[in-house]
Write a protein that binds this ligand. Structure first.
Ligand code: COA
Length: 390
């Protein structure tokens, strides 16, 4: 029996800022963002969107009358948590109409936690093969205006179902981890934006990659040459290129532009359009690979590196299942990205400076969200989620 990802979908907000607009405002060369960071657009959440609505919108296409009652666990990975106590997944359970015989929990470790969720889900399914686990990862990346990280903001959510004998990806048991107590990126409870030592974070990322790869290999994992494609955590897509070049050098493989494009190019497309989505970013990249690669990847191995500042890294691998293409939602995902509303700088600044009020008062938000679910307001300290009918 294999265990892995049976179905997968993603969602980002209905509004975006072109990074060329941000470059013009910040007095930067647009090529710094387009080429230097590898980013074109940044997803900007509406006032009535948060990690719950993004995740519920991502998961909605995956839920049907066949699996609604069979999902026994919901794991919600995020580093933009909305509550210190209640798991965001409990709201999603109600919005999606999932059965009540279900365990739900939230996981945190910067951008890494969705990988912990995936590994836990595989363990649960291996122990009870008839069960299905819904993994959600949803984040809004905020660094603040006029910070070096500003151009790498964004938002997005991924949802996938982990099952026995999956239709899309079988996850291998071998895995390699690396953890170290470092302060490259963190967000104290009293702050809405992350604190980051950006250059240091890229150095630690690459160190964690080397060490995780070594540990993966020691655990009996595949060789570099056994993989046809690689996906990396993508705080900005250029980071994936840097990581892949580093892994190639580590393995004595010479990496030219053509091989780089073949091995990671199709996995960068969605992230380039939405920006950083923290915990979701590796998996939105994986989805981008499955939906956009021109080759039939059936039977081929994909290597994945997950990184969360602070830090935890994990290298693991999957095999693409024959027939995976027939379950693609590419048309819907591309349509979602292409029908987003473009913002000017003032529109972005106004939306991004909106953070959920903390005064304990009554708040109702304008109806802006493009998806099926929205955060209508806050009443009596409780978030009120509604359906838009779209
Ligand atoms: N044309 C093409 N490339 C250009 C350019 C231009 N006109 N101007 C600059 N660049 C390149 C730089 O050479 C650099 O490339 P390199 O890293 O390959 O050398 C890249 O664009 C970024 O420029 P840099 O000056 O280093 O940017 P920065 O100091 O503004 O910050 C980060 C970059 C990533 C540190 C910053 O965006 C950040 O802190 N991000 C958040 C943290 C993060 O994402 N960490 C990643 C690990 S989780």
């Amino acid at each position: 029996m294999s265990v892995g990802i049976d179905d997968i979908s993603f969602y980002s907000s209905g509004m975006f800022l072109p990074l060329a607009t941000l470059a013009e405002h910040n007095g930067e060369d647009p090529d710094k963002y387009r080429i230097g960071l590898g980013q074109e657009r940044m997803g900007v959440p509406a006032q009535d969107e948060d990690i719950v609505t993004l995740a519920a919108n991502a998961a909605r296409p995956l839920i049907n009358s066949d699996n609604r009652e069979n999902i026994t666990t919901v794991l919600f990975a995020t580093e933009s948590s909305i509550d210190q106590s209640k798991a965001a997944g409990v709201y999603v359970q109600r919005l999606l109409g999932l059965g009540s015989n279900c365990r739900i929990v939230e996981l945190k470790q910067a951008c890494y936690s969705a990988t912990a969720a995936l590994q836990m889900a595989c363990g649960l399914v291996a122990r009870k093969p008839e069960s299905q686990v819904l993994v959600l990862a949803s984040d809004i990346a905020r660094y603040g205006f006029d910070t070096p990280g500003e151009a790498t903001q964004g938002c997005g959510a991924i949802a996938f179902i982990v099952k026995a004998n999956p239709r899309l990806l079988a996850v291998h048991a071998e895995t390699g981890c690396y953890s170290e107590d470092v302060m490259d990126f963190w967000r104290p409870n009293y702050m809405d934006t992350a604190l980051v030592d950006g250059k240091y974070s890229t150095i630690i990322y690459l160190k964690a990659l080397r060490q995780s790869w070594k540990n993966y290999h020691e655990a009996g994992g595949l060789d570099f040459g056994d993989f046809s494609r690689f996906c990396y955590h993508l705080p900005f897509t250029k980071m994936g290129e840097k990581a892949h070049r580093k892994l190639a050098v580590t393995n004595g493989v010479s990496m030219d532009v053509e091989l780089l494009e073949k091995q990671i190019g199709s996995g960068l497309l969605y992230n380039r359009q939405i920006g950083n989505s923290y915990s979701a970013s590796l998996y939105i990249g994986l989805l981008s690979l499955l939906e956009n690669d021109q080759e039939d990847l059936s039977g081929q191995n994909v290597g994945l590196f997950s990184y969360g500042s602070g830090c935890v890294g994990e290298f693991f691998s999957v095999t693409v299942q024959p027939g995976y293409k027939q379950y693609s939602r590419r048309v819907q995902h591309v349509d979602m990205l292409e029908t987003r509303q473009e913002l000017d700088y003032e529109g972005y600044a106004s939306l991004f400076s909106h953070t959920c009020p903390k005064d304990g008062g009554e708040h109702y938000f304008p109806s802006e969200a493009a998806g099926h679910y929205r955060l209508a307001g806050i009443h009596d300290h409780k978030r009120i989620y509604t359906e838009t009918g779209d």
